[in-house]
Every structure is written in structure tokens, then in C-alpha cells.
Design a protein around this ligand. Sequence first.
Ligand SMILES: Nc1ncnc2c1ncn2[C@@H]1O[C@H](COP(=O)(O)OP(=O)(O)OP(=O)(O)O)[C@@H](O)[C@H]1O
Length: 247
Amino acid sequence: MDHRLATRSAVELHQVTRLYGAEDTGVAALDNVSLSCPAGTWTAVMGPSGSGKSTLLHCAAGLDRVTSGRVLLAGRDITAAPDSTLTELRRRTIGFVFQNFNLISSLSAEQNVAFPLKLAGARVSKSDVRRVLAGVGLADRAGHKPRELSGGQQQRVAIARAMISRPAVLFADEPTGALDSHSAKVVLELLRDLVRTAGQSIVMVTHDPAVAAGADTVVFLADGRIVDRVDRPTTWDVAERLARLES
Ligand SMILES: Nc1ncnc2c1ncn2[C@@H]1O[C@H](COP(=O)(O)OP(=O)(O)OP(=O)(O)O)[C@@H](O)[C@H]1O
């Protein structure tokens, strides 16, 4: 099944609170956060350091548990899902892209792309791997190891790896944070293309207003709460709102 068509909402958080530490002395990394990311759209999450962005991403992706509230991922309530279900969801329903690519240095681009599915015991056809690599513009780099690729190319391999299972939601944590401005632009255009042409749902954390401006919607966190949001943002809209939060 193509998960991308299965539901109208990619991610829903309902009054989510995530406490770290003891209840009386702990930190509310997320404090009563409600958010709905429609399927086929791109949401960016911004906010000052420590405002809860990574916690939000991890709770939405089933990588972290919430203290209270509910999380729906691709229409499925994962709040109290057993670990085995979450592991399966991580393999089949979501893709994850990290700032530092997280590629395996001894494997070629195509082996890296196939690796997670193979690890999960799935059969991966060479033509599928070639197709996703072609989709990120790297058809001619399939046999290259990460060290033989530029940072931007490595991130595109990581995106191909995330996309091969046709995830309902692609989560990205600072996907351009380690890239120069030209490579960042190429990666951003690729993400935009995935949303526009394939209806991919994306939820992304970034510090960079120009990157966030690529998204359909930007939500702003401060002290674990959503304090602002802007649809169809410009870089200026985002930078100005962020400056207000950080002042
Ligand atoms: N495992 C943890 N144990 C205790 N406190 C934590 C843990 N993870 C996060 N926190 C705290 O929760 C709050 C939110 O952290 P989080 O990493 O989500 O913020 P962030 O907005 O992603 O920050 P940054 O932009 O600096 O990466 C911070 O106060 C942080 O110190």
C-alpha cells in the first residue's frame, strides 16, 4: 500500500506534553502541544535552542514517548503502541533524514539505500534502488562510497534511503545544517519536488529561515509551546518571527 494516500493527516499531536526528569523538578520539553500536519504538505518547526523542536519531531515519529496527550501518525494512534509496533512503523511508515547523513562509509550509495529494508528482512530490487537514486539525481553515482560524494550528494543518498519504503511521512532534522548554500538549495529543491510531484508529507526541524521558507507551513515553538505559525512563508516572514522569539 502507498501510505501517502491512506490518510488526510500525516501527523496529529493532541495536547501533547513531554516531561523529562522527575514530575516536580523536571523540564516540560513539550507543554500541551496540538498540531496537525495535513498529508501531502511540508511543515517546518522552528524556535530558539531548547524550545522542544527535536522532542516534537521524535514524539511525532514514535522515537520518543509522550507523557500525556495523543499522537497519530498516518492516521494511526501510536500513543500507547508497543515497542514492536513502533519498530515496524519506523521501518515501513516513516523515513528519517539527519543533519549528518548517517550513511555507512563502507557501503556504496545503492547499498546504503537498500540497507534498512534488507535489515528488516525485505527483498529490495536493484531497479527500485536505481529508481530512487535517479529520483534524487544520482543515477550515475550508485557505486560510489560516501567519501567519494559531496555533502549534498550524501544527503541526497540519505533522502533516497528514506524514500525507498515510500514512507507516509518524511521526518528531517536539520537536513541542510551541514551543507554549503548551493548544496542546501539543491536538497531543498528536491524536498519541494517530493511534496509537489509525489504528494510526500514532510515534517522538518531547521534553524535556517531560508530553509523553513521552503515549507508550506512554519510553526514556532518557545518553551515547549507552539506560539506562532505562518502559512506560505517568505524567508523574511520567518526571520522576523524568529527574531521576535529570540529577543
Ligand atoms: N533526554 C533528555 N533528558 C532531559 N532533558 C531533555 C532531554 N532531551 C531534551 N531535554 C530538554 O528538553 C528541552 C527541549 O529540548 P529539545 O532538544 O527538544 O530542544 P530543541 O529546540 O531541539 O533544541 P536545539 O535547537 O538546541 O537542538 C530542553 O530544555 C532540553 O534540555
